[in-house]
Write a protein that binds this ligand. Structure first.
Ligand SMILES: NC(=O)c1ccc[n+]([C@@H]2O[C@H](COP(=O)([O-])OP(=O)(O)OC[C@H]3O[C@@H](n4cnc5c(N)ncnc54)[C@H](OP(=O)(O)O)[C@@H]3O)[C@@H](O)[C@H]2O)c1
Length: 327
């Protein structure tokens, strides 16, 4: 069967996660992959992928020393990550790989997966080529077997090299999200969309400055499309992103904001939260929300502050999400 996509596998050497933050990825015993039936997509590409060692051993060694964590088990989930080469996306992918959750990445440049995540078995990680701005790229075969989606695509709020080829907020945060959501199977168990704080206040200072080129407006349009799609969703609205891989050439990157030990998590609702958040915390929130039923249909703002955080303890994340809903 011909697919408008390609699977790639490459040699992976390391994950670009700052050493200072690897502690956030808490111990998760690695369980054998479940033996769900292979999809045509998987079968058709199985032989094209080479096997190699997983690049996250150092993370596992570090995190396995902490016995207090609630293990996230592998399951029959197949999580599609869009934006997996980005700052948050890389951390989402790393975290899911560490949890032995099956992954598919939708990337504009599949070769990047090799650099970032190394060579993975087809059962663990598949890469398909696509640009969310082009609906014709989003062939239904890409979504075959997908149970959950985490979308962390984005571009810079202000003109930059990342707008090259018309990769603007309008095209990515609105049209890209619309195209993606329109193409997703109705059987999906959850879509997690990473958006932004301030989207409901884009005409008010200081948000109107950030929104000069429409990023907040278009993110809100993307959110609304997800909400009205009928798909089970969770929207995560981060504050200003700190730490993590600096893949973005926006103001934050230029300022090189550092998060230090920003692990304590603050979650709110109603777009009232203002502050910063570690990319690691955002990634963990996305991963945790996948499995916490009551986060379905909810929108959360998220910040992080210095102090001890929930790590990957699901019970603590449940308390945080629930606490936000009660406020
Ligand atoms: N920076 C902040 O302070 C801030 C604050 C609040 C919310 N956010 C939002 O949080 C999210 C994550 O931010 P981040 O800094 O981790 O993102 P990032 O590093 O800028 O990564 C963006 C990702 O989106 C992908 N992408 C861009 N255009 C695409 C397209 N047309 N088709 C498919 N993929 C595309 C990029 O892939 P390529 O490798 O192909 O470029 C990359 O993987 C974004 O939605 C961002 O807007 C950011």
């Amino acid at each position: 069967m011909a697919y408008k996509l390609s699977l790639t596998s490459t040699s992976i050497t390391h994950l670009q996660i700052p050493k200072s933050h690897t502690h956030f990825l808490q111990p998760t015993p690695i369980l054998p992959s479940s033996s769900s039936p292979s999809t045509k997509l998987q079968r058709s590409n199985l032989n094209s992928l080479r096997k190699s060692s997983v690049c996250i051993n150092s993370l596992k060694q570090e995190t396995l020393q902490n016995p207090t964590v609630t293990p996230l088990t592998s399951s029959n989930k197949l999580v599609l990550v869009i934006g997996g080469t980005g700052g948050v996306g890389q951390l989402v992918v790393a975290s899911l790989l560490d949890r032995d959750v099956k992954l598919r990445l939708l990337l504009r440049n599949p070769e990047k997966a090799t650099t970032l995540f190394g060579e993975q078995e087809d059962e663990k990680l598949q890469v398909v080529k696509g640009d969310t701005r082009n609906s014709e790229d989003l062939d239904p075969s890409m979504f075959e077997g997908v149970t959950h989606v985490i979308c962390c695509t984005g571009t810079t709020a202000f003109p930059s090299r990342r707008w090259d080829g018309d990769n603007t907020p309008e095209r990515v945060d609105w049209e890209g999200v619309r195209n993606l959501v329109s193409a997703l199977p109705r059987s999906l168990s959850r879509i997690i969309l990473v958006s932004s704080v301030g989207v409901t206040k884009s005409n008010e200072l200081p948000w109107s400055i950030m929104n000069l080129f429409g990023v907040l407006k278009y993110k809100k349009m993307g959110e609304d499309f997800v909400i009205n799609s009928g798909l089970p969703y969770t929207i995560i609205r981060p504050g200003r992103l700190t730490d993590g891989p600096y893949t973005s050439y926006d103001l934050n990157t230029l300022l090189k904001a550092t998060a230090g030990e920003r692990r304590a998590v603050v979650i709110g609702q109603g777009d009232k939260l203002v502050g910063e958040v570690s990319r690691l915390v955002v990634a963990e929130a996305c991963v945790q929300a996948l499995d916490i039923d009551f986060t379905e249909g909810q929108i959360y703002e998220i910040n992080s502050v210095p102090g001890d955080g929930p790590g990957s303890d699901t019970e603590k994340w449940k308390e945080l999400f629930k606490g936000a809903q009660l406020q």
